[in-house]
Design a protein around this ligand. Structure first.
Ligand code: SAM
Length: 243
């Protein structure tokens, strides 16, 4: 194993020994303008599915540059099969949810429009960029895809029979519905977090009626949606995931 490089960069390119990576303008600006790297400096690269690789700066310019891939420094590490389904809230808080979900090991991030969601649209590309940045900073080799905004009902209409749902239900605040000890590790899961206004009665009824659903209380206080997402991810990861 090679030593860990401080700067990690996601590249949308195959990675193997001897490969040359032509940098996009923004990446060249970051490496050479912001981080002041020059020829011979080393960075770590990952592309989301081939582990982590060490590369050396071969050419450094203001608007571009080339990296030479030297060798693999870490194997690919994929997260457990956990989706985070959440209703987008205010911009900065939605960004936070995506960043934390990527850091905490969600495999897929699905923003949904619920009855009380105020966001009509999201910037999917910007949220995806936040997920990439989070993976770069946390040493991850996987980047969770951020899906397009869709209606909660549409998502549930086609819900896979074998994907369990951890439903953070604010109506259970202070209740005893925890992650039951009998639930086995493994398998496909999704966490559901509602918007500021919570889930509507109809949505709660629909979710609770699904055989895949496990309603969950997140303690005696009502948490903001971003806090609730982090709390539910923590509970699931420590009880059923890869922590
Ligand atoms: N307006 C709602 C109310 O007053 O009941 C609160 C919604 S809360 C801000 C946003 C989401 O976080 C909820 O829809 C739920 O998914 C989750 N949540 C927050 N606190 C929770 C708790 N104590 N137990 C379970 N879920 C919680």
């Amino acid at each position: 194993m090679m030593t860990r490089e401080k700067i990690r960069l996601f590249v949308d390119a195959p990675l193997h020994e001897g490969q040359s990576i032509v940098l996009a303008r923004a990446q060249a600006h970051y490496l050479f303008g912001v981080m002041r790297l020059g020829p011979g400096a080393r960075v770590a690269l990952f592309n989301g599915h081939a582990g982590e690789w060490v590369a050396e700066v071969a050419e450094a310019g203001k608007r571009g540059g080339v990296l030479a891939v030297l060798g693999q420094s870490a194997p690919q590490l994929d997260p457990p099969d956990l989706w985070l389904v959440f209703a987008p809230i205010k911009k900065a808080r939605t960004d936070f949810i995506v960043e934390k979900a990527a850091e905490m090991g969600a495999a897929r991030i699905l923003p949904v429009q619920t009855a009380f969601t105020n966001a009509e649209r999201i910037r999917q590309d910007r949220l995806q960029a936040h997920a990439v940045e989070a993976a770069e900073q946390c040493g991850g080799t996987f980047v969770p895809p951020v899906a397009a905004l869709q209606k909660l009902d549409t998502l549930l209409d086609a819900w896979p029979a074998d994907r369990q749902i951890l439903f953070a239900d604010e109506a259970l605040v202070g209740g005893s519905a925890t992650l039951a000890g009998a639930i086995a590790r493994g398998g496909a899961w999704a966490i559901f977090i509602g918007p500021e206004g919570g889930f509507s009665e109809a949505e709660r009824a629909r979710l609770r009626a699904m055989p895949q659903a496990h309603p969950l209380s997140l303690g005696p206080r009502i948490l903001r949606a971003d806090t609730a997402a982090v709390a539910a991810l923590t509970l699931w990861q420590s009880r059923l995931g890869d922590w």
